[in-house]
Structures are given as structure tokens and as C-alpha cells.
Design a binder for this molecule. Structure first.
Ligand SMILES: [Zn+2]
Length: 458
């Protein structure tokens, strides 16, 4: 018997722990994890000696900007960065033009992915049209997304049709989503508190990145904490599975820990900037390019602690590119600036570098980027793990390779990375999506249209 592909000689991260094995791939699936001395003929053999073989990242929070904002990014450019960054499945977000919140817009977005994405995909629509929620679930979505923000006067990132902060309407959405069995992703934000807090900054004319960062972190992050308290209580009241984005305060991480202990179905995520790009020094140096949320040390330490102990379930990128032009205005008018920063190309390598620094174990990183997102977004069994029968979504990484992130290597249409100049140790050598190499030898070789809908409905 000849199989399609064999990855030989590597250390393989499986749900049962690290093993030294050859990974056998046929028909896009993992068909065996075997001792290297076993002779197996393969159409292609990839030497992974001295390397680690990891499951591809399942990134449930990605802003592809298509349709509507293709001057920033599109699905194909996003998926190219995914391939380079070891991400094999992306979940898009609904803040597009038109916003994704019904069967018609979701059909259009799915069609765009199927034509142009190199990696597998799904999409998280907004549940703002109540009559469309069940039908979008039937189409294969695994989660819905809401911003607890209504229009703040900016065209981005919270367009009409994607936001809600009325608690009654949020509970109604949860009741409807609970019936689908899918998960409800929430961008937490207490808009009434923020109106008051940011009003004080703007009244004294502080429209700078430092002012903006301070306002969002004001009073130990009260705007995040009260919003997350509300979400946890409504999740308890509705039984709706919820997923909280942008975790960054000590108090809210403790609240999620308590809610989990009490049996509430809550998961949460940390995005790349919280552990890696949120010091005051980052805010001062990068200004609008840093995002610009400031996570004071107390919060960042809690983030790392939560990532290590499992309170934080998922690391997802919140890849959010904007052009330099859109960012530059932020130095003097930060409240008019488009917030968000690109990250899908570098999050997995940054986490592997953190393993080398002793901040977190490799097993925990695999859980955060692959196991938990696959489990909680309905893909376990096909995605998120190196196990027989699963899709061959594989990453070969060199944990000893030192390199420097630079703008020149950025594949995002925006053309910049906030990590320009940062040296890390850990490099992704190759990425496979269902057995097909999409990145290798420094080149994106995946073909647009290779990506398929990743769903539990199949
Ligand atoms: Zn986002």
C-alpha cells in the first residue's frame, strides 16, 4: 500500500501527549501514527527530524475585511497569512459591508471563501435579525458574534447591524441561539460607562493614543468587568453557551473562573496583543499601531496565569488590519482612528517562542490554539488534533530557529506589523491543510479555493 504523505522523524503533539512517530496521511486524513521503523511507502516523505509536528491553529476570530473593506485585506490575503502562520482554519467576523446577519449575506460570504480561501473556514454572523438565526445555523455556522457597542460615530469597527448593548435584547438573542446549540461570541463593552469615562478625556482635549489606552483601562478596566459580569449572568439565565472575546483584566478572568466552577457554559479567548503587545511602553512607542488597549501588568499577569491554568480556553488572533493612512490619524485623533491590529501571521510563532521562554508549556499552547477551539466550535474529531481519522491539518515547526519579524515579510494588504523588529525563536516551516501543503520552503503554495467549510453539520 502506498499512502499520499508521510511526516517522518518528528516529535508529534497528540491528545495523548508528545510521541516520536511518523504521521501517515492519505486522502487528506491522518491514517496512522506509527513507529518510524515501520516501512510505509508514501508518495511524498517530509523529513521532520529535530522538529515538532503540531495541529494547525483553529483561529475563531479573524477579520478578513471582505466584503466591503478590501483596501485593508481580503479573504485570499488573510488565508495566505494563515498558511504562513500555521493557521489551518479561520472563522471570519460579521463587521463587513454589508454586515453578515442573514442568509443572503452569509451565502455571499461563504461563496467568497470557497472561491478564494487557501485554508478551511467558517464565519460568525451577527444574530441581529432574529428570524435568520436558525437558518444560518442550518447553513453550518458554529457561532454568532455581537459587539456590546452601538454606533460610536466611527465607520469602523462596529457598523450598524452588528452591535447591541440593551440587556433585554441580549437575553433574547441568547434564548434564540441556545435553541441552535451553537455558541455566542461577545465583544464585552459597557457603553454607558465608557461614554462617561471617555467624555472626561475628550472634554479636556486628550485625543491621543495614551489617553485612549488609559480610558479603556480606567478604574482597573471597569468597562470590561461590568460587561462581562452581565454576560455571565445572562448566560446563566438563558443556558446559552457564550464565548467572551478580548479577556484582559484580572477581575474578569477571576469572574470567568468562578462562573466555570459554578457550571455556566462559558469559554473565553485571549488575542495576540494582550500577552505580546499591551505594555505602556508598547502604547507609547506604537501609538495607534498597538491597537491601542493598554493591559497593565496586573491584567497581563492574570492573562498568562489564565492561559496556563486553562481559565482562558482559546488563543485567537483577532486579526484586524488597517492601512497606515487609517492609523496615522490616531496620533492626534485616536477616537476617530480605526482600532485593531493585524496578527494572524505571527500569533502561533509568538506562542511557540513563549514556550521556549518557559512561560507556558507546548501542550498548553496546542490546547489554546487547536484543541479547545475545535471542541467548543463543533469541529472536534475532524479538526484541532493529530489523531487517526482527523483532517491532516498539520504544522511542522522548528523550535530552535531564531528570526526577526519584519514589515518586509508581511503578507497582509496593510503592509505592516506591530511586531516589526521583534526577534523570536520558533519558526513555522510547513503547513498542511487536509494533507495538501499550503506553505513550505518559505513560499505560500496553497491554491485559492482549496479551503472548505469546516462545520459540525457535515
Ligand atoms: Zn475582533
Amino acid at each position: 500500500m502506498t499512502i499520499d504523505l508521510k511526516l517522518t522523524g518528528g516529535t508529534v503533539l497528540t491528545p495523548a501527549g508528545s510521541i516520536n512517530a511518523d504521521v501517515l496521511v492519505d486522502g487528506g486524513k491522518i491514517v496512522g501514527l506509527v513507529d518510524g521503523s515501520l516501512p510505509v511507502d508514501a508518495g511524498r516523505v517530509v523529513d521532520a527530524a529535530g522538529k515538532v509536528v503540531l495541529p494547525g491553529m483553529v483561529d475563531v476570530h479573524v477579520h478578513t475585511r471582505e466584503p466591503g473593506f478590501e483596501h485593508k485585506e481580503d479573504i485570499e490575503t488573510t488565508s495566505r497569512q494563515a498558511a504562513v502562520g500555521g493557521v489551518t482554519t479561520i472563522f471570519g467576523m460579521p463587521n463587513l459591508s454589508p454586515p453578515t446577519n442573514d442568509v443572503e449575506t452569509l451565502t455571499d460570504v461563504f461563496e467568497r471563501y470557497s472561491r478564494t480561501s487557501i485554508v478551511d473556514y467558517n464565519h460568525n454572523p451577527a444574530p441581529t435579525k432574529y428570524g435568520e438565526i436558525q437558518a444560518m445555523s442550518d447553513m453550518g455556522v458554529q457561532a454568532y458574534k455581537i459587539y456590546m457597542v452601538v454606533d460610536t460615530g466611527r465607520t469602523y469597527p462596529h457598523p450598524a447591524g452588528t452591535g447591541m448593548h440593551d440587556h433585554g435584547e441580549l437575553l433574547r438573542m441568547m434564548d434564540l441561539i441556545a435553541k441552535t446549540g451553537k455558541r455566542f461570541i461577545i465583544h464585552p463593552h459597557d457603553q454607558a460607562l465608557m461614554d462617561y469615562i471617555e467624555g472626561e478625556y475628550l472634554a479636556r482635549g486628550d485625543n491621543t493614543p495614551k489617553g485612549y489606552a488609559s480610558a479603556y483601562a480606567a478604574r482597573s478596566g471597569v468597562i470590561w468587568d461590568t460587561a462581562i459580569d452581565v454576560v455571565l449572568r445572562l448566560a446563566e439565565a438563558s443556558g446559552c453557551p457564550v464565548h467572551i472575546a478580548h479577556m484582559q483584566t484580572k477581575r474578569s478572568i477571576e469572574a470567568v473562573r468562578r462562573a466555570k466552577a459554578a457550571g455556566i457554559d462559558v469559554t473565553c479567548e485571549v488575542n495576540h496583543w494582550a500577552p505580546f503587545l499591551s505594555t505602556w511602553e508598547d502604547v507609547e512607542r506604537l501609538g495607534p499601531y498597538a491597537l491601542s488597549y493598554w493591559v497593565p501588568d496586573e491584567g497581563r499577569n492574570a492573562v498568562w496565569e489564565g492561559m496556563v491554568d486553562g481559565t482562558i480556553d482559546i488563543c485567537s488572533s483577532d486579526h484586524a488590519p488597517h492601512t497606515r493612512q487609517e492609523k496615522e490619524v490616531g496620533w492626534t485623533e485616536m477616537w476617530s482612528c480605526h482600532t485593531g491590529t493585524p496578527g494572524i501571521q505571527y500569533y502561533y510563532p509568538l506562542l511557540l517562542d513563549a514556550v521556549n521562554q518557559g512561560k507556558i508549556s507546548l501542550d498548553r499552547v496546542v490546547s489554546l490554539v487547536a484543541t479547545r477551539p475545535a471542541e467548543e466550535f463543533g469541529l472536534w474529531g475532524t479538526k484541532g488534533a493529530i489523531q487517526v481519522g482527523a483532517d491532516a491539518d498539520l504544522v511542522v515547526a522548528d523550535m530552535k530557529s531564531k528570526w526577526t519579524i519584519a514589515d518586509e515579510g508581511v503578507l497582509s494588504r496593510c503592509g505592516w506589523t506591530p511586531y516589526d523588529g521583534r526577534s523570536i525563536t520558533a519558526n513555522i516551516d510547513r503547513t498542511f491543510v487536509r494533507g495538501e501543503e499550503v506553505f513550505g520552503d518559505g513560499q505560500v503554495i496553497g491554491k485559492p479555493g482549496h479551503g472548505r467549510l469546516a462545520t459540525a453539520n457535515a
